[in-house]
Design a protein around this ligand. Structure first.
Ligand code: ADP
Ligand code: MG
Length: 593
């Protein structure tokens, strides 16, 4: 055989391995989920590449995953017929951490100070391939890429800082294509090498894998076999002169081993929504998006007509942390399939506008070419129609949360994604009608609980024409502004726009149900109670005082005027009709610093 070559792990891998071996104890069983997910990814990759490079599929081999457990020796092997790895890929993929999932794990680990958090994290992120070392002393990866005519064996041990690669020469061990992982279990973990245990774990963790998963299982069937007469009885018969031999039958169990299919391979989105439970949807969500928490809502639908596709969409329970997320539409949140083949999750606003990029889900279409490229996606009429429908469905789903009996659900949604919808007011004029009813604000009459614009409108006075608002940096400063005085006296409700983006969002909306939004701090506020007689009198009485003040303040103010807007405060600073509000001014200042 050819000699093995030894390689050092990249420093991060060593660190991770060390952690796995020494501190991540509970939750070990996720190793199987991680390895099956890699097998499934490898099959996906091959199926995808096979579309444009059919020669990769020249050997007609089924796409599947087979798991064999040898309990006597404490060995598990997991074999897939996927894309495999070349020698270089073995070095790149299994000796370094370049992959997002594992890198994310390491980062989260670094951020989490508490050691008990580690086990939670492994459940959330998984540690990919290296989770094999949660249960194994030694792991071998024998793999054959359809791009190479050679099969290679990677071998690594727990607690080692290096691994080896050699060519496979044993004809008994050659595989036509794909990867076989062999796990030599640690002494205390040999219990995993039982077919029943494996089956249970697959059902628990990998039920939504869309390739068949088989386990090697002992089976039995009963059959009737003829047995010879018991010799003693035969002798007696003979003595009795009975010459004819009696035939006897007996039921025996015939044992044999065979592959048994243990998962359902029809993707959940192809199933009839009536037959899928909420738990199924939530499980699928958690498995597919590596999520820890249940989603706030889901929606499973099929569209017909011009463009046909099936989809399941979800609203996550939490917005990802990190301040860039709101403007980063590249979230890998939407997985696009064409005729069941996974195509891509790498979108940049093609299927959802960026303000809705928090929506997660799968979309499966029969109307796109399998080899769809980014350019095609961007120019496709089909995609444009899909996008429109998806956006509509996403809004229906969010509206559903807002109408739920449980007010807390929508509060949670609003806390996490309210900003996104406000961004939508600015960026998506076309959907103003859908966004506006979903907005929430505090108001002069509801300082503790957020209200909707519908609630505001319902509470309007019979002769009130406009929706009043004031922008401020907090509810407290909004409720103490002198601008409120007159409106409070007339019992008019005023929305408090306390999030910096609120004012811009409202200005983009302009109106709601034909009622204009009016900033109560602007100089021309008309409450419909002008008394010209009295204004004239006031002008005569205080005109000179105004001139005097203006002279003294000079350029600091544009003008000094008599106002009918105050009831107890003597004066107030207001913005010009076309000028920035004080709040906006504050914002601009903050941004330029
Ligand atoms: P991730 O799955 O997040 O990429 P992993 O640590 O699980 O990270 O796997 C690392 C890489 O090793 C994969 O991206 C893939 O390139 C390669 N790999 C792992 N298992 C297989 C497999 N069964 N077949 C082909 N490639 C694999
Ligand atoms: Mg993986």
């Amino acid at each position: 055989s050819t000699p093995s070559e030894r390689y050092e792990y990249q420093a991060e891998v060593s660190r991770l391995m060390d952690l796995i071996v020494n501190s991540l104890y509970s939750n070990k069983e996720v190793f199987l989920r991680e390895l099956i997910s890699n097998a499934s990814d490898a099959l996906d990759k091959l199926r995808f590449l096979g579309v444009t490079e059919p020669e990769l599929l020249k050997d007609a081999i089924d796409f599947d995953i087979r798991i064999q457990a040898d309990k006597d020796n404490g060995v598990i092997s997991i074999t897939d017929t996927g894309i495999g790895m070349t020698r270089q890929e073995l070095v790149d993929c299994l000796g370094t951490i370049a992959q997002s999932g594992t890198a994310k794990f390491l980062k989260a680990l670094k951020d989490s100070k508490d050691a008990a958090g580690d086990n939670n994290l492994i459940g959330q992120f998984g540690v990919g391939f290296y989770s094999a070392f949660l249960v194994s002393d030694k792991v071998t990866v024998s793999t054959k890429s359809p791009k190479s005519d050679k099969q290679y064996v990677w071998e690594g041990e727990a607690n080692a800082s290096s691994y080896t690669i050699r060519e496979e020469t044993d004809p008994e061990k050659l595989i036509p294509r794909g990867t076989r992982l062999t796990l030599h279990l640690k002494r205390d973990d040999k219990g995993f090498a039982h077919p029943e245990r494996i089956e249970k774990l697959v059902k628990n963790y990998s039920q939504f894998v869309s390739f068949p998963i088989y386990t090697w299982q002992e089976k039995g069937y009963t059959k009737e076999v003829e047995v010879d007469e018991d010799p003693a009885e035969a002798k007696k018969d003979e003595e009795d002169g009975k010459t004819e031999k009696k035939k006897k039958t007996k039921t025996v169990v015939e044992r044999y081993w065979d592959w048994e299919l243990i998962n359902e391979t029809q993707p959940i989105w192809l199933r009839n929504p009536k037959e899928v439970t909420k738990e199924d949807y939530n499980e699928f969500y958690k498995k597919t998006f590596n999520e820890y928490l249940e989603p706030l809502a889901s929606s499973h639908f099929t569209t017909e007509g011009e463009v046909e596709f099936r989809s399941i969409l979800y609203v996550p329970a939490f917005a990802p942390t990190g301040k860039d997320d709101i403007i980063n539409p590249k979230t890998k949140n939407i997985r696009l399939y064409v005729k069941r083949v996974f195509i891509s999750d790498d979108f940049d606003g093609e299927l959802f506008p960026r303000y809705l990029s928090f929506v997660k889900g799968v979309v499966d279409s029969n109307d796109l070419p399998l080899n769809v490229s980014r350019e095609i996606l961007q120019e496709s009429r089909v995609v444009r129609i899909m996008r429109k429908r998806l956006v509509r469905k996403a809004f229906d789903m969010i509206l559903g949360i807002s109408m739920s009996d449980n007010r807390g659900d929508y509060e949670k949604f609003w806390e996490n994604f309210g900003k996104h919808l406000k961004l939508g007011c600015i960026e998506d004029r076309e959907n103003h009608k859908r966004i506006a009813p979903l907005l929430r604000f505090f108001s002069s009459q509801s300082e503790e609980q957020l209200i909707s614009l519908d609630e505001y409108v319902e509470n309007m006075k019979p002769d009130q024409k406009d929706i009043y608002y004031i922008a401020a940096d907090s509810v407290n400063s909004a409720k103490n502004t002198p601008f409120l005085e007159r409106l409070a006296e007339k019992d008019l409700e005023v929305l408090f726009l306390v999030d910096p983006i609120d004012e811009v969002a409202i200005q983009n909306l302009k109106s709601y149900k034909e009622k204009n939004f009016v900033d109560i701090s602007k100089e021309d506020l008309d409450l419909g109670d002008k008394n010209e007689e009295r204004e004239k009198e006031m002008k005569q009485e205080f005109g000179q005082t105004c001139d005097w003040i203006k002279k003294h303040l000079g350029d600091k103010v544009a003008s000094v005027q008599i106002s009918n807007r105050l009831s107890s405060s003597p004066c107030v600073l207001v913005s010009g009709k076309f000028g920035w509000s004080a709040n906006m001014e504050r914002l601009m200042k903050a941004q330029s610093m």
